[in-house]
Design a binder for this molecule. Sequence first.
Ligand SMILES: [Zn+2]
Length: 188
Amino acid sequence: MVHAVALENWQRLHRFCSRCGERTVIAAAGHIRRCPACGAEHYPRTDPAVIMLVTDEEDRALLGRQVHWPEGRFSTLAGFVEPGESIEQSVIREVYEEAGVTVGEVEYVASQPWPFPYSLMLGFTARATSSEVSVDGEEIQEARWFSREDLRAAFESGEVLPPYGISIASRLIELWYGKPLPKPGPPA
Ligand SMILES: [Zn+2]
């Protein structure tokens, strides 16, 4: 299903040749768009993005709230890999840009296709080497350190909404939490 969604998104947004501007045509059952003018073949793209659960020396987790998320929704930090960057460098840069926290050790955990429109989420854990939080205010509205006890209490009181269940963010947070996340409580 996600293969079809990703292909459809790519088809919809790549109708013209990026080399010469001519309208392209579908080939290879949708896996290629070919330019009749210059002969260029265009292939589906996948944009790598990193998503990371950052912990500090007290084993607290750093969760943030994006500017456009509903009040109370916190999740892992994330961002796109930039050209010329390793995915580990991307983790380090994104955490610093979004939350002002420096990280040292970075460890890959798992990936998840995220065809909205055509991303591949690469999940990491990362160890913070600083603890003071300073959000950028543009992408991230707020970021906080949570102990397991803080997070459980915040979920149960409804102060914090858990991440969406299908996302790899949930899995990363659960890996740190050590068991399935508690059920959300009533709205605060
Ligand atoms: Zn062309």
